[in-house]
Ligand binder design. Sequence first.
Ligand code: PMP
Length: 350
Amino acid sequence: MNNYFRNHIRTMASYVPSEQPQPGLEIIKLNSNENPYPPSPVVLDLLKNINGEWLRRYPEPLGGEFRRAASKVLGVPHDWIIVGNGSDEVLNLVVRTCAEPGRKVVYPIPTYVLYVTLVQIQGAEIIEIPYGEDDRFPLEELITADGNVTFIASPNSPSGCIVPMKDLRKLASRLSGVLVIDEAYVDFAQENALALVKEYDNVIVVRTLSKGYSLAGLRLGFGVANPGLLDGLFKVKDSYNIDAIACALGAAAMTDQAYKNACVAKVKASRTKLAADLKQLGFQVGDSQTNFLFVQPPQENAQFLYQRLKERQILVRYFPHPGLDHKLRITVGTDQQNQVLVEALRQICS
Ligand code: PMP
């Protein structure tokens, strides 16, 4: 079978997403940075009213209804927005549009592990630049590498840290290629980089409805950039990459900012409490501008804790990669879920 595949597909490792158990099982799922609260009631009401006519017809190719709703919230014209099947698809569109063998894709590591997969499939050159001591952002090294595409996740995963605006601005002005600012977790952060898309025509800011808006299962994300940059991505995308239901429900979610903001505020309050509880158990807890914490256990190794928690039906994220395998990434759940987690850790560690 292997012989059928292109050479570099034959040898590349598969992207391994976090475990996704069947819904309905009694599991406390803190491994994929989902929002613990349901989507807005406005979204759920609309879902009940979907009829066969929506499904009979093809959807709007560019997701017009969503673009118009997002445009109002973001304060950018609708034609500065591209909609994707999750923000993963928007990231992939940038790679497919701008990268190829002989071109460089650059990003600091550790970061979102999908980037490497997307670039390997495309066959472009990968330059990974390690974050420095104490998570120093390797600004000068990224400028020197000058990728055709540079990915920056801000806030980053798994560290939870944000890249300062002044560094992003400097990158945007100095790079000759495209700067992708992946803001999947921006709803939980103190600042965002959206303003840069108006200042620099090589910047695309990528966002998702999977986190702040509690819609990971819907698969809806978007990119914001000047229409000249989006033109290339539109050429590459599938004709109907967003289904009619995702487009309409996503638009409804955008209209209910008050609900999203209330959920985000609850998650942020729970984040503070969970961080304090874990510190009390002796964990080292990094600052987080996301809906997760990246923590180092006191004595027991991270893999051991991950397994003991899993036996108790609590899923957290363990990365078996060198440099990450002494830590766990824990999504902030409801206060009740977090309490069960902390109690389980107290028992396992005692
Ligand atoms: N970027 C980062 C940094 C992420 O952690 C994730 C989610 N795992 C994504 C993008 C993709 O999110 P989605 O495809 O659900 O929009």
